[in-house]
Design a protein around this ligand. Sequence first.
Ligand code: HEC
Ligand code: HEC
Length: 282
Amino acid sequence: MTKTIALTAGLVAAAGLAWAEADEDSLVINGDIEIVTEAEPPAHLDGVLPVIYSGWRFRSDETQEAEMDDFDNPAFLAVDQAQAAWDTVEGEAGESCASCHGDVSEAMEGVRAVYPKWNEGAGEVRTLAQQINACRTENMKAEPYGYTSGDMTAMEALISVQSRGMPVNVAIDGPVAETWEQGKELYYTRFGQLELSCASCHEQNYGNYIRADHLSQGQINGFPAYRLKNTKLNQVHDRFKGCVRDTRAETFSPGSPEFVALELYVASRGNGLSVEAPSVRN
Ligand code: HEC
Ligand code: HEC
C-alpha cells in the first residue's frame, strides 16, 4: 500500500517508504482487562490526528501476544520484585511504602492515569518517577532510585498495573499549563542534523516503516515498556532519549525539566487511551 506524504529531507534519508495502517487487533489482557487502543483524539490536538492509537497496534502479532497474558509478559518479574520492595523498610525513617500507603492495589488505583501531575505542596509538576523518589528521600529518608534504573521502572510498573484499563486523563490546564506549553513546543522542535521533530515521525509519518520498524504515534500509555531489543523495562525518558539521539542531536537528560514537560505533553496526546503499562514492545 502507498500513501502520499510530505517527507522532510531527514526522513527521506532515514526511512523506507512502505506503509501500513494500524492493525485491527483488539487487546484484552488476561482475558479480562479490556484495553482501549484506539480513541477519539483529545480536543487540544485540534484535529492533527484523526484517531489516537496505542503503539501496541503497530507491533507484530508475536510482540502483541506477549502482552496479552501476564504470564507471558516478561515485565511481570519486575512487578513481583517491586511488590517486595513496596513492603520493605528502607531508610532512616524506618518506613516502607506499605507502612504509609497500605495495600498497593488500593492506594495506587488510578494514580498512573493522571501522571505527570501538579504537586501542590512542592509547587511543581511531578512525573511518577519524581513522586516515587520524593517519597523515598523525604518520607523514608532513603536514597533515591536512579531515574531510569531497574528499581524505578519496576516500581513504576507495579503502580501502573493498578490503573490498567483506565483511561489516561492527564490535566493540561491550571498550574501545569505553562509546563504543558513547553512540552508542546519541544514536540514540534526540529532537532539534530536530520532536522526532525517528534511530530515529523509520530504525527506526520506514523504507519510508515523506518527501516524495519513500524512507526507508531509515539504514545506513552504503555510505559514503562519491556523491550525485546534490550530485554528490560524501559523508562519513558530513556525512550525519548533514544528517539532524540536518532535525529543525531544532543539529547536532554532523564528527569530534566525538558523531558518532564515533554512527558506531560506526550501523555496528554494519549488522553482517552487506556493505561497499558507494563507493555511489551520490540
Ligand atoms: C512516611 C509516609 C510515606 C512513605 C513511607 C511513602 N509515601 Fe508515598 N506519599 C506519602 C504522602 C503523604 C503522599 C501524598 C503527599 C504528596 O502529594 O506529596 C504520597 C504520595 C505518593 C504518590 C502519589 C499518589 C497520588 O495520588 O498522586 C505515590 C505514587 C507514592 N506516594 C509512592 C510511594 C512509594 C512507591 C513509596 C515507597 C518507595 C512511598 N510512596 C512511600 C507518604 C509516604
Ligand atoms: C526519526 C523518527 C523518529 C523521531 C524524530 C522520533 N521518534 Fe519516537 N520512535 C521512532 C521509532 C522508529 C520508534 C519505534 C516504533 C514505534 O513505536 O513508533 C519510536 C518509538 C517511540 C515511542 C514508543 C512508543 C510505544 O508505544 O512503545 C515513544 C514514546 C516515542 N517514540 C516518542 C518520541 C518523542 C517524544 C520524540 C521527540 C523527542 C520522538 N519519539 C522522535 C522514531 C522516531
